[in-house]
Design a protein around this ligand. Structure first.
Ligand code: SF4
Length: 192
C-alpha cells in the first residue's frame, strides 16, 4: 500500500526506475531525491492528455531540459491525443479527481509499465503522486492496474509529497525558472 504518513522508502534492491514524468516541476524534487539515494531514474514523458499541442510542446521541452541538465536518459513517447480522448469518452464532464482522472492515470501508467518492460526495468513510478491536486488513492489504483496488466513490472507506490519534497519542489521551480502551467493538462481542466 502507498505510504501516506512516513518518509520515502526505496523498495528493497531497487537501483533503476522508469519514472513517468507528468511535467518538469513535479519531477524535479523526486529526481533529485532518487539520485541522492542511489536510484537512477530514466525519465519517460508520456502525456497524451495535454491539450492543446502548443501546451504539450512547452511542457515536453521543459521536461527534456530538466533531464538533460542532469544527464538523465529521457524518453519521448507519442502524443496521441485522439486515443486519449477515446479512452475518456463519456467522462468529459467529470470534475478533477473524478473518474476521468483515474482513467487518465491508468492509460499513462500502463504505457509506462509497457515501456519499462521493453527496457528491462522492473520498477516504475510516477511524478503524478507529488501533486497535492491529485488523489493518491487514484494514482495507486492506476499504478497497480498497470503493474497487473504488464507481467514482470512493479509499481513503486509512494507519496512523493513527504520528506520535505513538497518544499524542495517549490525551491527548484524557482531555481530552474520552470514554465508555470495554469491547469492540469486536458481541455476539460482548463479553467475558463
Ligand atoms: S484533469 Fe488532469 S488528470 Fe484529470 S483527466 Fe484531465 S489531464 Fe488527466
Amino acid at each position: 500500500m502507498m505510504n501516506h504518513r512516513e518518509a520515502i522508502v526505496v523498495p528493497e534492491g531497487v537501483r533503476d526506475v522508469l519514472l513517468h514524468a507528468c511535467c518538469a516541476p513535479c519531477s524535479s524534487a523526486i529526481v533529485e531525491w532518487m539520485l541522492a539515494h542511489d536510484v537512477r531514474p530514466t525519465v519517460f514523458y508520456y502525456n497524451p492528455n495535454i491539450f492543446p499541442l502548443e501546451e504539450y510542446e512547452i511542457r515536453k521541452e521543459e521536461s527534456k531540459r530538466h533531464a538533460g541538465s542532469l544527464g538523465l536518459q529521457w524518453i519521448d513517447a507519442d502524443y496521441d491525443h485522439e486515443r486519449w480522448l477515446a479512452a475518456v469518452r463519456g467522462l468529459e464532464h467529470e470534475p478533477e479527481r473524478g473518474c476521468r482522472c483515474e482513467r487518465c492515470f491508468t492509460l499513462r501508467l500502463t504505457a509506462t509499465a509497457l515501456q519499462a518492460k521493453e527496457l528491462g526495468i522492473v520498477t516504475f513510478a510516477t511524478t503524478l503522486a507529488s501533486s497535492r491536486w491529485k488523489s493518491l488513492e487514484q494514482i495507486e489504483r492506476a499504478g497497480l492496474a498497470a503493474e497487473q496488466a504488464v507481467e514482470g513490472t512493479r509499481f513503486w507506490a509512494q507519496n512523493w509529497r513527504k520528506g520535505g519534497l513538497q518544499e524542495r519542489r517549490n525551491q527548484l521551480l524557482r531555481e530552474y525558472a520552470f514554465y508555470n502551467q495554469q491547469y492540469c493538462g486536458c481541455e476539460f481542466s482548463i479553467r475558463r
